[in-house]
Design a protein around this ligand. Structure first.
Ligand code: ADP
Length: 246
């Protein structure tokens, strides 16, 4: 199986405190991989290192075989590895369609002009509608983003990420703050996205992790405690002690 993203000896120190310690991680292409662990385990730090929002103290990161250790987030986005942003990245007063058009236009490095956007951006409509369909927002196409229910806002945020044509998506707690119905909605969406992409997510909701992930890496105190399928890791005594039984 081909490897999409790989970290070797990944280490991050904050003023002598080792938040991530010598982590080796391989994410196989086409899989959904989850990063879990108790609070303070180093998940967020690890995620920020992999997406290049933080520079590692030591270690290397490769994406599709290319060394991305020194690259900036925008550079790795161009290589096809994209991090999803929070809902706050959406323009609340624009419609679903307008939000995705703006994302498509930004992807091409064009500056956008809200006053003329509708006419100028309509050339992106077919492509934008494709992404809107993919995330299940077709019937909300002309709704204002602000008027969408919470789970649908997250779906829109994912659609704007898809506009960057990623082969790999990195999702930071995609289910944060969601009720059961929205969790189900976004789970289905992640499954659909992963049909032809690689997904790495940090997620607290263990039933979601169990349900969606092909592979799971458990971090504790900055180190890898276990790795495998949910069935495998949930039987590991160290994991039960450090995480599940906590
Ligand atoms: P998690 O996401 O698993 O809860 P984090 O990656 O946020 O864990 O944090 C891991 C450890 O690193 C924690 O002890 C946290 O206090 C520490 N840490 C994270 N970011 C910083 C920072 N910028 N400066 C100092 N310590 C940090």
């Amino acid at each position: 199986m081909a490897i999409a993203l790989q970290a070797k000896g990944l280490t991050k120190e904050f003023k002598g405190f080792v938040a991530v310690n010598d982590v080796d991680l391989s994410i196989e292409k086409g899989t959904i991989h989850a990063l879990i662990g108790p609070n303070g385990a180093g998940k967020t730090t690890c995620f920020n290192l992999l997406t290049k929002f933080l520079q590692p103290t030591r270690g290397t990161i490769t994406y599709e075989g290319r060394d991305i250790t020194r690259m900036k987030p925008a550079e790795i986005a161009r290589l096809g590895m994209v991090r999803s942003f929070q809902i706050s990245a959406i323009f609340p007063d624009l419609s679903v369609l307008q939000n995705v058009r703006v994302a498509l236009q930004r992807m091409r490095g064009e500056s956008y002009d809200f006053w003329r956007s509708d006419r100028l951006l309509s050339k992106f409509d077919d492509q934008a509608k494709g992404y809107i369909d993919e995330v299940g927002l077709t019937r909300f196409t002309n709704e204002r983003a602000a008027a969408l229910p919470y789970g649908r806002k997250r779906a829109l945020e994912i659609a704007t990420t898809l506009a960057l044509s990623p082969d790999m998506l990195l999702l930071d707690e995609p289910m944060a703050g969601m009720g059961r119905e929205d969790v189900e909605l976004i789970s289905q969406l992640i499954r659909r996205i992963a049909e032809n992409r690689t997904v790495l997510m940090v997620e607290h909701n263990l039933s979601v992790v169990a349900d969606l992930s092909d592979r799971i890496t458990v971090l504790a105190r900055g180190e890898i405690l276990a790795e495998g399928t949910y069935a495998e890791i949930s039987k590991t005594p160290a994991v039960i002690e450090a995480y599940i039984g906590a």
